[in-house]
Structure formats: C-alpha cells, structure tokens
Design a binder for this molecule. Sequence first.
Ligand code: HEC
Length: 156
Amino acid sequence: MATKLPKSLAAALALSVLAAAAAAATLAPADAVAVRQTQMKELGASFRSLNEELRGDTPDMAKVKAAVAAMNKTSKDLPAWFPGGSGPEAGIKTHAKAEVWSDAAGFAGAAKGFATETAKMQAMVDSGDTDALSVQAKVVGQTCGACHAAFRGKDS
Ligand code: HEC
C-alpha cells in the first residue's frame, strides 16, 4: 500500500536532500542556486521574525530562540551553498556575482564575519539578555548587508 506524503513534507524532504548534496558539492548549478536562494529566503524570514519580536515590549522568547537557532545553524552552512561553477558563468539566473568565486578569500571572510556575529547572538539568547541581543541583531544585519554589497548583484 502506497502512503502519500503531505506535499509540504515531501518538499521539505526534497530540499534537505538537495541541501545535503550541496554540502557535498555534487549539485547541478541550477539546483545549487535554487537551494541557496531558498535558504537565504528562510534566513531572511528568521531575521525578520527576530526583529519583530525584539521591537515589541515583550518579546516571545520561544520565537526569539527559534529564529536565532535557525540563523546560527544557517550561518555555518552558508559557504557550502556556493559550490564552484554555480555562478553567473553557468548561464543560470543567479544574483550571486562572479566575485564570490574570483575573490574566494573575501567571500569566505564575509561568511565568517556573519557566522561569528550570529554565534554571539546565540550566547545572548542563552543568557536571556534581550537588550544586548537587540544591539547584536543590528551588527548581524550589517554583516548581511556587507556581503550583499560586495557579492550580490542588484537585479540581474
Ligand atoms: C557571505 C555572504 C552573504 C551573507 C553573510 C548573507 N547573504 Fe544573503 N545572499 C548572498 C548572495 C550571494 C545572494 C544571491 C544568491 C543567488 O541569487 O544565487 C543572497 C541572497 C539573499 C536573499 C534573496 C534570496 C532570493 O530570493 O533569491 C535574501 C532574502 C538574503 N540573501 C537574505 C540574507 C540575510 C537576512 C542575511 C543575514 C541575516 C544574509 N542574506 C547574509 C550572500 C550573503
């Protein structure tokens, strides 16, 4: 008897398989772009949720925790979303600039800066210091912006 997976679960499974393949750098370029754009969107959603909570008078700490944990994990995975050959030269639609690969050290530095600042948020969540967390969330936002400014094209 065939059991049917709910669509959302099937999609999530497909994505996690793709993400694992991305980490192993065995993905076709178009799939690598799809994975990283989806992951970036989720990163954006987590960051938005975090900022919404922090702006309120009484942040929902469960949401804050979930958002920061997701971002912290993501920040470590990020470099694997950019396997060689998945840039604009592949002729696929991507906003990643060729500089991601031609200035690999610069890109790695931007990714590391993001991961380092995000890990600090995790420590602040653990200690429950939401004031420090609000300040640190801005620093993290700057690391997103710094990478985008150097390595993401405007609208291509
Ligand atoms: C080390 C570099 C780097 C960091 C750090 C980074 N990004 Fe990105 N981001 C990129 C690149 C490159 C793209 C373009 C990917 C593509 O089109 O293939 C992108 C794309 C995106 C997109 C668009 C996804 C889509 O729909 O195509 C969003 C949203 C996004 N990033 C959010 C964030 C947020 C929020 C942060 C920080 C919390 C962040 N990014 C940190 C490099 C980075």
